[in-house]
Ligand binder design. Structure first.
Ligand SMILES: [Zn+2]
Length: 344
């Protein structure tokens, strides 16, 4: 019944071109999630993972679009203050967050954000500046390009896949990606030294080339536009781990960021957006002001004072203006979340 009502109301929102939905579901802000900022030719070095990057030109175009749409740009602290203060707003906010800690954020992204004086929050996973990350998403892409099959044993099961056409390659990537996301730190390491062994050297190369170093992060700590925040120690999905692992992944990352960068850590993003209820029992999480998800939706004011779930959406060179309109007028929020405004 609820589904039928939702469908009927959604149709009504669409018919009225978002005029009715905007005051109810338009929210006070939209938070966007980026990973990499790369010029077209570097972005094109990857095909399957291409949309992990936005070009500096594409980013600038979106910034100009938001300016033209009469939006303000907020830091994550301003976002928190606005959510919890209930003050009347003249303009809706746009918040840019960037996950993981890729060096290209600083080389190609920061000049664009500086040009328009736009704050950003960068979620750092310690394995990036520690240079011991396993870039399995890029390694899988490379493996699929070089080989035409994979066989491995995982949790007592034989996994056998082969591919030939472009579609099969994408399908194989999706299946293998889902396995990788379920893996523990030990399992992902075994995967790298087992089936992906031929790419061990490439992983070392990526560790040298792709992330910011601790020294580079230290130099940016006082940058007026940058907030650094937490994103776990080893960038494993928290949805499939033991309580001890989840605790270690968060606590160690927060501790490292505090001691290496001498900062307060008030914001946290879940790798792959995967949340587990166990996180509620962790003191470091409880102290966080905002918890960032990878889930579509708009931001609304909240009665909560901490641990407020923040929906985030990707922003790419291919994001459509029509989708951005649906986000802005609340139609997209309603279609993805139903009657619910806040996610917790
Ligand atoms: Zn991440």
């Amino acid at each position: 019944m609820k589904k039928i009502i939702k469908k009927y109301i959604l149709g009504f929102f669409v018919k009225s071109k978002g005029i009715i939905s905007k005051p109810i579901y338009g929210g006070i802000a939209n938070v966007f999630m980026l990973h990499r900022i790369l010029p077209e030719e570097l972005k094109n070095e990857f095909s399957i993972n291409k949309d992990l990057a936005i070009t500096p030109e594409g980013l600038e175009e979106w910034i100009l679009y938001f300016k033209k749409s009469n939006k303000d740009f907020w830091s994550v602290d301003e976002l928190y203050d606005t959510i919890t203060s209930k003050k009347k707003l003249e303009k809706k906010g746009i918040v840019f967050t960037i996950d993981d800690g890729y060096l290209d954020n600083i080389i190609y992204g920061l000049p664009v954000f500086e040009k328009y004086n736009i704050p950003i929050c960068i979620f750092i996973t310690s394995c990036f500046p520690n240079k011991n990350a396993i870039y399995w998403w890029y390694l899988l892409e490379k493996y699929i390009e070089l080989k035409s099959e994979i066989n491995f044993r995982w949790r007592g099961k034989n996994i056998e896949l082969s591919w030939c056409t472009k579609e099969e390659k994408y399908d194989a990537f999706t299946i293998l990606r889902d396995y990788c996301r379920k893996m523990s730190k030990i399992e992902i390491n075994e995967f790298l030294t087992g089936p992906l062994k031929l790419l061990l050297g490439l992983n070392s190369f990526y560790n040298e080339k792709l992330p910011c170093s601790w020294e580079q992060l230290e130099q940016l700590v006082d940058h007026p536009l940058i907030t650094f925040a937490a994103h776990t120690e080893h960038h494993i999905s928290l949805g499939f781990q033991t309580e001890e692992t989840i605790r270690n992944e968060i606590v160690t990352n927060v501790k490292t960021l505090k001691s290496r960068l001498n900062i307060e850590v008030d914001f946290f993003a879940f790798p792959y957006g995967a949340y587990d209820d166990i996180c509620q029992n962790i003191e470091e999480v409880d102290k966080m002001k905002l918890l960032f998800l990878n889930h579509p939706g708009n931001v609304f004011s909240s009665k909560r004072k901490n641990n407020i779930f923040i929906p985030r959406m990707g922003l790419t060179d291919n994001t459509l203006i029509s989708r951005m309109n649906e986000i802005d007028n609340g139609i997209f929020h309603f279609s993805m979340n139903g009657f619910k405004r806040n996610l917790n």
